[in-house]
Design a protein around this ligand. Structure first.
Ligand code: PLP
Length: 374
């Protein structure tokens, strides 16, 4: 058994990151200086978008995007039941109604056929989530959005660095959201970003991040047109982000290497299903989720944790949370999402994992799955 706990995700901070942070700390301005814009432009350019707006978290980024898209009381917004609750919370904070559409059983991404079934004349936007780092079916999602005049806000918190038909995530939705939490593709400690090609969204996002302040003609004059927030990200954090971004491609390459080791190890084991990657995408593999068939999932998880392997579950369907009770959802409403959830286990995957770590996980998964066979 391992003598140290192996988490499911973890940052990689090296000396270059430390130097970048130290330099930013010693600069004249430690927040809202030049590093913010530099980081925004670097992420936007990496992804092929025109503008980036750095904010204090992925959750803040979702809230900002929903707000500037004009989501308000009475608007319906279609999203997936398999996501972190922040996706749904952003809709609710704007007064909108989250409308869930079931997932595809293979990629566990929102199913375009289900989106179509949920569109009404009140639908204002779609928030697809690139689950586990695998881009959603963009051609279809965008097609539905165009036909029905809907805004697409892509929650790509798992998918920085992924691509679809050779195009980077961040280059095709009205707005794309990233998180820089330590378990995500790259980190700023806490942080997030909205990418867009739309000038009007861009200027509204900048204002929303900073108390809804509109500058006047003189440097001391400004107007606040509605109660806002401070969602800014500091220069120190953006300096870390810039340094991390230089490593993004090697981080993704290592995640994909680990995926290859897992895929090979589990290929012949009938009770362990491995993730699907469509031939036309390149997943960022934020998560590596196995699906256990004919195994007591909860006992499996407990024993893995006891053996210092930090497995997790991503995610319980959002309608299982009491925050959505009273909205007419019931267990059984989303069969594909619920079947997925009952079998899903996320295995550790992060760039710094060694091949020995991967070997430990494989050994324990095989052993513990055999032990708790039903
Ligand atoms: C991490 C995450 C968020 C929230 O990002 P934070 O930076 O933690 O606020 C939102 N949506 C998804 C899908 C995420 O994985």
């Amino acid at each position: 058994m391992r003598d140290t706990f192996l988490p499911y995700g973890h940052q990689w901070i090296d000396e270059a990151d430390e130097r970048a942070v130290l330099e930013a700390l010693r600069a004249d301005r430690i927040t809202t200086g030049e590093k913010v814009l530099e980081f925004e432009q670097a992420v936007a350019s990496y992804c092929g978008a025109s503008y980036g707006v750095a904010v204090s978290s992925g959750t803040a980024a979702l809230h900002a995007a929903c707000t500037v898209a004009g989501i308000s009381e009475g608007d319906e917004v279609i999203t997936t039941p398999i996501t972190f609750f922040a996706t749904v919370a952003a809709i609710m904070h704007c007064g909108g109604t989250p409308v869930l559409a079931d997932v595809r059983p293979d990629t566990v991404n929102i199913d375009p056929i289900e989106i179509r079934r949920k569109v009404t004349n009140k639908t204002k936007a779609i928030i697809p989530v690139d689950f586990a780092g695998h881009p959603v079916d963009f051609d279809e999602v965008n097609h539905i959005a165009e036909e029905n005049n809907l805004v697409v806000i892509e929650d790509a918190c798992h998918a920085l660095g992924a691509s679809y038909q050779g195009k980077k995530v961040g280059s095709w939705s009205d707005m794309t959201i990233f998180s820089f939490h330590p378990v995500k593709s790259i980190t700023t400690g806490e942080g997030g970003m909205v990418l867009t090609d739309d000038r009007e969204y861009y200027s509204r996002l900048l204002r929303f991040r900073n108390h809804n302040i509109e500058r006047g003609s003189d440097p001391w004059l400004y107007n606040v047109d509605s109660a806002g927030y401070n969602y800014r990200l500091s220069d120190v954090q953006c300096a870390l982000g810039l340094s991390q971004l230089r490593k993004l491609d090697t981080f993704i390459a290592r995640r994909r290497e680990i995926t290859g080791l897992y895929d090979v190890a589990f290929a012949e084991i009938e009770s362990i299903g491995t993730p699907t990657e469509m031939p036309y995408v390149l997943s960022a593999y934020h998560l590596y989720v196995i699906r256990l068939a004919g195994v007591d999932r909860d006992k499996f998880i407990r024993e893995m944790l006891e053996n210092n392997i930090g497995v997790q579950v991503h995610y319980a369907p959002v309608h299982y949370h009491s925050a959505l009770s009273g909205r007419g959802y019931q267990r059984g409403d989303f069969p594909a999402a619920e079947a997925y959830y009952s079998q899903a286990v996320s295995l550790p995957i992060f760039p710094r994992m060694t091949d020995d770590d991967v070997g430990d996980v494989i050994y324990e998964v095989e052993r513990v799955a055999r032990k708790w066979r039903l």
